[in-house]
Write a protein that binds this ligand. Structure first.
Ligand SMILES: CC(C)(COP(=O)(O)OP(=O)(O)OC[C@H]1O[C@@H](n2cnc3c(N)ncnc32)[C@H](O)[C@@H]1OP(=O)(O)O)[C@@H](O)C(=O)NCCC(=O)NCCS
Length: 401
């Protein structure tokens, strides 16, 4: 009923992106389209047409994405929207279908997204695969449990310097943790470091930590001043703090926590196993609130399973159900770190979304079994699968895309 195809020029691209603009970002200017197309190529923005009119859009960033022990090409699904005039007529379904086929043809074995509504994507084979949370920490409770010997030096940098100095630190994070996508030069400049006009009066501050003669950590934050009863009630809004080593992480966070004149520090998108929670003497005071982070979709089950490393070499047979990408359906044997089709009896039967949930190591098969989300067909299969898939540290995606 609807034709869905990649947008072919700036006008189609703009109208397809503007479907989500109906709900989120407001009207698209030419300048915004120009910026956006530098990170999202036209042919990665699908548009849905009815009688020649664009009625929806769905994009996929061409990511390189860290998985346990490696990096895989990944469709980073974004700006999914349907014009309110055409809701609940199957436009989203048609777009998801076309987009997943496109991702498959491009040989990106996985797709990932942040869900604006958690009710939408399970039906398309995405599973909740990482957690994150926010903290609100009063300045009075920022002491570390143990003394920290500070060896590094913190200095301010311009956005231009940051574009050179931050990426190696981010890439160290990418090697350490699953769930991180590589930021291109354009991404750093246009999406991470660009200061929008409305923030120019009080822009983010950019600092690096130099340690052992190299940049090993950075922080991006902003003071939001306010007063109550004559006293400062300011918030320190911390948008990204990354260290390339435990020492660097401890030092850069110490710098941020010690900044004067804020009452409360706020930071979001932190993983449950972030170093801050053991560095702080009283982590309870940060009032960590957990929510879902990445949703993962195994677009090519065999390539995705073979593309990550495992905690052990054991073998396990999955019987996978996948109504949206039927090429994944059936039995897959994972053995010695690689997956292939098999006729052997299955140990675990599950929907592809549940396999996506387990993929990065944040959700165990035992949790999925206890949540009635898989069938354990042979004795001890869940325990065996967990011994194979377990991975630390947990996945962390520090940016919503
Ligand atoms: C969410 C949105 C994309 C849905 O598009 P749509 O074309 O109305 O969806 P479809 O008609 O293709 O529905 C497909 C299925 O998803 C379900 N569905 C759609 N939107 C849903 C929602 N918000 N919550 C729960 N279920 C939803 C439909 O009921 C249908 O289910 P079924 O297959 O069991 O019948 C659209 O309403 C929209 O643009 N919303 C605002 C922006 C947004 O939230 N985008 C997601 C950004 S990541």
């Amino acid at each position: 009923m609807f034709e869905v195809r990649p947008s072919s020029d700036a006008s189609e691209f703009g109208r397809a992106v503007d479907a989500i603009g109906q709900y989120f970002a407001g009207p698209l200017t030419e300048e915004r389209i120009d910026r956006f197309k530098q990170v999202l190529p036209f042919d990665r923005m699908h548009a849905a047409f009815e009688d020649g009119e664009i009625v929806g859009g769905a994009g996929a960033f061409p990511f390189q994405f860290s998985v346990p022990g490696g990096v895989l090409p990944c469709g980073g699904v974004t700006v999914v929207g349907v014009y309110p005039t055409h809701r609940r007529r199957g436009v989203l379904r048609a777009m998801m279908d076309a987009q997943l086929r496109d991702i498959h043809e491009r040989e990106e074995p996985i797709a990932a997204l942040w869900a604006s509504e958690e009710t939408i994507y399970g039906r398309f084979g995405y599973g909740l695969a990482a957690w994150c949370g926010e903290i609100t920490l009063p300045r009075t409770w920022t002491a570390y449990a143990q003394p920290l010997e500070r060896r590094g030096r913190v200095r301010f940098v311009t956005p231009e310097e940051a574009a050179m100095l931050f990426p190696p630190v981010w890439e160290a994070l990418m090697r350490e943790r699953p769930g991180v996508f590589q930021r291109t030069k354009a991404w750093w400049e246009l999406r991470r470091l660009r200061i929008p006009d409305e923030e120019k009066a009080n822009p983010v501050r950019l600092v690096v930590l130099e340690l052992d003669s190299s940049v090993q950590a950075y922080a991006i934050y902003r003071q939001l001043p306010s007063f109550e009863g004559g006293s400062s009630n300011a918030r320190l809004d911390v948008s990204e703090v990354i260290g390339a080593s435990p020492q660097a992480t401890a030092e850069i966070w110490r710098y941020v926590l010690d900044i004067d004149w804020y009452a409360t520090l706020e930071c979001s998108l932190l993983p449950v196993d972030h170093a801050l929670f053991t560095l702080l003497a009283n982590p309870r005071r940060a009032r960590y609130r957990m929510a879902d982070s990445l949703w993962m979709r195994l677009v090519d089950v065999g390539a995705a399973l073979s593309g990550r490393e495992y905690a052990s070499d054991g073998s396990i047979v999955f019987d996978v159900r996948d109504a949206v990408c039927p090429w994944n359906e059936g039995r897959w044997k994972l053995e010695g770190g690689s997956a292939a089709r098999t006729d052997a009896a299955a140990d675990i039967a599950l929907d592809v979304g549940e396999l996506g949930s387990a993929y990065l190591g944040a959700v165990s098969f035992a949790q999925l079994r206890d949540g009635l989300r898989l069938e354990e067909l042979s004795d001890g299969a869940v325990q065996r699968a967990d011994a194979i898939f377990e991975w630390r540290p947990l996945p962390w995606c520090p940016e919503i895309f």
